[in-house]
Design a protein around this ligand. Structure first.
Ligand code: DGJ
Length: 698
């Protein structure tokens, strides 16, 4: 809901449990008033009327107060917007107007010198505490020099004055994504970013700040900000001299130039979403999850199927017969979606060749993919396929025909990673080629699922012949989005997975057009608990793919773990199986079948329920709980039992203290009040033990 004050210059946005207020001053400065628990319009207007103390010393009256600080005038903070022509740098605004349209507020300004229009957008839905903010900048023309956008962030978020702040981030690297790091914020600027052309394994584009570093999993004030962009990006958290904290975020990793706008052209930033929660890190996560399931992820009401993928088991050595044999075993296990990974196309028998040639390898699939897809369907499963459309191997028909289609600088080395180069998806001819190839692929066989991979970062982001090649960083991502959107529109029954060597492309932008993401190439079930804990800070289990693979885990660490431990670890997300099923014994296959059956029973709770992280994976007992309707599901893991002591009781959350709950496995009846206060002993023992608990309200 959006309320407008009497003067028409104060706005109050109210969501499920929080409010956000802003004001246009008499001098048309757009200043921040409130972000936090719900307040009334009268309270917002009182804040607007409160006199501002004059700035002290060398400080500016605007810094730390503005909704969208720009470069120019009396400002010293990091600007959200930086624009220049050859002669004039910075902006000076004249108010153009404000409008409320349903749950969206738009406030517009113009800069007559630059002929620039700026629209700031805010949207807060009644069922959520997430505020979506973005900006549009347009060269209104009809003539005048081009405008260079050095930087155009989506928003600047301002936090209330507190004694101090702690900042949480999710850092990582390949096979070790989304590790939580929490540090005290200090004066100056903390920046996280990707300079890689994709979201990156190194940080998810998300920060959380808790006042005085006092928030816990279920208590305390937490502010979170997350960016919906799948290219290079930057989030900057500044603590100003007076202690006020401002967070800006947008596309592009520095201020070296983003786009150039000719008369009539415009740029719309990605969404930089913000959330206040008074219920700790867990409350913030649940609010992020609910918002993504309701408003971001496509078809989120559909449960994701259990999939099988042989990548870890077979690598590049695949054949139709081998895939059929695996499919038969997978189907017997209860798998619902069978995915053929890399190496089905072109002359792709290792990572040196074939990327770019998206037709089936004639030696491996002589009659194309349809026979295998039909067989998989005949086994009662959906059929999926792996692609990496943005890439090309120099050893490919595509590269031989179009060596100029890759990102490169004339006369410079074309840097290869994994023997591959990056196609320039900013080019229309490249987009059109990929559309034709992928549309033909999806038409050639009954394909239900596309795993879209991206296995190297940008290095030589040049575009010979293009006057302003720098725009490639943004327009490549626009090209990617346009291609997926077009494929989805033409093939509406096909689901998409975002993968980038594991979790290198996980963000709200890609999640608004894909059905799930590959969380990490690390499928070790113990490492995964930590990766999944970090992932769940912002994204829901409904999009977090997790596979059960072989033990020992030869890919990573030779760790030996039971099927039980591997399954319960992977059941915390969208369950998949990725082991070499031809090597699994009859007992293992039968046990796996019972785990898959159990997962299907608890799947609605895992994929749709409210997540409570009961204990963090830090060496001993850890657990997550999902509350959904009358049932609650607990997944619990014991890394190592110490000194023969009984692991601690698990205190559950989100239950009714006045109700009783029946354990569906043992029939035991528990009082909600006891489960919440004393907790439940899980019976786990030894090392790498795990269990699934299901309780139903009596
Ligand atoms: C990286 C992905 O993360 C893996 O799952 C697999 O698809 C390989 N690429 C294939 O090359």
């Amino acid at each position: 809901m959006i309320e407008t004050g009497d003067t028409g210059r104060t706005w109050l946005l109210t969501g499920a449990s929080s409010s956000y207020a802003l004001q246009l001053t008499e001098r048309d400065e757009l200043v921040h008033l409130h972000w936090g628990p719900q307040i009334s319009l009268a309270a917002a207007e009182a804040l607007a009327a409160a006199p501002q103390p004059p700035p002290r010393g060398f400080e500016s009256a605007l810094d730390g107060r503005e909704e969208y600080p720009v470069e120019g005038g009396p400002r010293f903070v990091r600007p959200a917007l930086s624009v220049r022509t050859e002669e004039v740098r910075g902006t000076e605004w004249v108010l153009a107007g404000a409008a409320v349209d349903g749950d969206e507020l738009r406030i517009g300004f113009t800069d007559p010198v630059h002929r620039l229009a700026l629209d700031l957008h805010y949207r807060m839905r009644d069922d959520s505490d997430v505020i979506e903010r973005w900006a549009t900048v347009a060269h209104t023309g009809p003539d005048g020099p081009p405008l260079e956008l050095l930087r155009a962030d989506a928003a600047a978020w301002t936090l209330p004055a507190r004694d101090g702040w702690r900042m949480s981030r999710l850092h990582g690297r390949w096979a070790a994504e989304t590790q939580i790091a929490r540090t005290e914020l200090t004066y100056g600027e903390s920046v996280i970013s990707s300079r890689r052309g994709h979201t990156g394994h190194q940080h998810l584009p998300w920060v959380a700040l808790d006042a005085d570093g006092t928030a816990t999993e279920e208590h305390g004030e937490v502010y979170g900000c997350a960016l919906g962009w799948s290219g290079s990006w930057r989030i900057s958290v500044q603590q100003l001299p007076d202690g006020i904290v401002q967070i800006t975020g947008g596309a592009g990793h520095d201020d070296a130039g983003l786009l150039r706008l000719a008369p009539g052209e415009s740029y719309t930033t990605p969404v930089f979403a913000g959330l206040w929660s008074g219920a700790g890190f867990g409350g913030a996560s649940r609010a992020w999850h609910a918002w993504q399931l309701a408003h971001v992820v496509p078809d989120a009401e559909r449960l994701r199927p259990v999939l099988y993928n042989s990548w870890e088991a077979t690598g590049f050595d695949i054949s139709q017969d081998q895939q059929r044999a695996l499919a038969e075993r997978a189907a017997a296990m209860g798998v619902e979606l069978f995915v053929v990974d890399d190496a089905w196309f072109g002359r792709r028998t290792d990572d040196r060749a074939g990327l770019g040639d998206w037709t089936p390898n004639p030696d491996r699939f002589p009659a194309g993919l349809k026979p295998l897809a039909d067989e998989v369907h005949g086994l009662g499963m959906q059929f999926g396929i792996w692609v990496e459309p943005e890439m090309v191997n120099p050893d490919s028909d595509l590269y031989r025909a179009h060596p100029d289609w890759v990102q490169h600088f004339p006369g410079r080395t074309r840097t290869e990673f994994r023997h591959q180069l990056v196609l320039n998806l900013a080019r229309n001819d490249v987009r059109e080629y990929l559309w034709e190839q992928l549309d033909a692929l999806l038409t050639s066989a009954p394909i239900d699922y596309v795993k879209w991979d991206f296995n190297r970062s940008f290095t030589d982001a040049g575009w010979p012949g293009e006057e302003y090649a720098q725009k490639l960083w943004v327009e490549h991502v626009d090209g990617l989005y346009a291609l997926i959107d077009r494929l989805r529109a033409a093939h509406p029954s096909v689901a998409f997975e975002s993968c980038s060597g594991g979790g290198g492309r996980v963000d709200l932008g890609i999640l608004s057009r894909t059905d799930q993401v590959w969380t990490s190439d690390n499928t070790d079930p113990l490492d995964r608990l930590v990766i999944q804990e970090g992932f769940s800070q912002i994204h829901p289990a409904r999009v977090m793919a997790a596979w059960v693979t072989d033990s020992p885990n030869v890919q990573l660490n030779d760790r030996v773990s039971s099927l039980r431990f591997r399954f319960v670890s992977a059941m915390a997300g969208v369950l998949g199986v990725g082991g070499d099923l031809t090597e699994w014994s009859a007992e293992e296959l039968a046990e796996a079948r019972s785990w898959v059956d159990l997962y299907k029973e608890i799947r609605p709770h895992v994929q749709r329920g409210a997540l409570y992280r009961l204990r963090a994976p830090r060496g001993g007992l850890s657990a997550v709980q999902y509350v959904h309707g009358e049932e609650t599901v607990v997944l619990v893991w014991l890394e190592a039992q110490r000194y023969g002591e009984r692991p601690p009781a698990l205190r559950l959350r989100g239950l009714d203290p006045t109700a009783t709950y029946t354990c569906l496995d043992t029939g035991a009846v528990h009082h909600g009040s006891v489960l919440l206060h004393q907790g439940l002993h899980t019976g786990l023992r030894g090392d790498l033990d795990a269990r699934v608990l299901r309780l139903r309200r009596a």
